[in-house]
Design a protein around this ligand. Structure first.
Ligand SMILES: Nc1ncnc2c1ncn2[C@@H]1O[C@H](COP(=O)(O)OP(=O)(O)OP(=O)(O)O)[C@@H](O)[C@H]1O
Ligand SMILES: [Mg+2]
Length: 255
């Protein structure tokens, strides 16, 4: 099992879109994949049709409140074969902070809580470096960092990297930066090209070759509550997430 946190403290860079569509791309290759929605905004849950408003399902909140804390009880299948999800809901942050105060523990979800049958576990993190993100980093093997290809995107990365380094020093020395990838890439603008170039100069081969372009089908897929791989299987966005997933798998297997 490989636990991968998708992080960037900047909002709207494409963490959730990437978590859902990379998850689907791994699943499409026959890899049992679990997406953990650690963001109280619950965007990944909604994207996968697990919107708390319309469903009776339980969420990570119920896991935190349960007496036995068996994580497998909160795993739901999605409409996409081989892709499962542990949904979130807005009350998560409040409950999490309360529990951290009440109980003398640092984290609530451990690596050992995940059933072994999932080969890849993707964690969609909130856009801040609070306690939920710390929990994700403390238990993950790898982090993936989506970077919006717009000016100032690199400056915004400092806090994310500072947090990763802090976690590596104090909590999880195994934590590996698997790589950075560009998102919202607008091929018509120089800004996108320049920012991608800067990313390459700074992080060298850690930057994936695949770049996720601006594609409105990704927004439509979110609205349709499906991964783009099933909503518009041959759309550019779907092809790019498949290519990125393959690059990630190559890196995971040391190719
Ligand atoms: N490549 C893309 N092309 C067009 N729209 C995109 C693309 N990637 C993401 N979006 C849209 O941009 C918005 C932000 O994306 P997303 O929710 O994935 O970012 P996020 O980093 O998870 O945001 P937050 O920090 O709020 O959790 C969403 O409306 C999403 O549909
Ligand atoms: Mg998100």
């Amino acid at each position: 099992m490989q636990l991968i946190a998708i992080i960037n403290n900047k909002g709207g860079v494409g963490k959730t879109t990437s978590a859902v569509n990379l998850g689907a791309a791994f699943a499409e290759k026959g890899i049992p994949t679990l997406l953990v929605d650690l963001d109280p905004a619950a965007s990944a849950s909604i994207h996968l049709g697990l919107d708390k408003k319309n469903n009776e399902h339980q969420t990570l909140c119920d896991f935190l409140l349960s007496s036995d804390r068996v994580l497998s009880k909160f795993i739901y299948p999605t409409t996409f074969e081989n892709l499962w999800c542990i949904p979130s809901e807005p009350a998560l942050s409040e409950f999490y902070e309360e529990l951290l105060q009440e109980e003398d523990v640092d984290f609530f979800i451990g690596r050992e809580d995940f059933p072994e049958e999932y080969e890849i576990v993707l964690v969609d993190c909130p856009p801040n470096m609070g306690n939920l993100a710390y929990n994700a980093l403390a238990i993950s093997h790898h982090v993936l960092i989506p970077v919006q290809t717009q000016y100032l995107a690199l400056t915004g990365l400092e806090l994310t990297l500072k947090t990763v380094h802090k976690v590596q020093r104090h909590l999880n020395s195994e934590l590996n930066i698997l790589g950075y990838f560009g998102t919202h890439y607008d091929r018509r603008t120089n800004a996108a090209k320049e920012v991608y170039q800067l990313l390459r100069e700074k992080f060298k081969e850690q930057v994936f070759d695949t770049v996720i372009g601006v594609n409105t089908k990704l927004i439509e897929a979110y609205q349709a509550q499906k991964p783009i791989l099933s909503y518009a299987s041959s759309a550019r966005g779907a092809m790019e997430y498949r290519a990125l997933a393959q690059e990630i798998l190559n890196r995971l297997s040391g190719k």
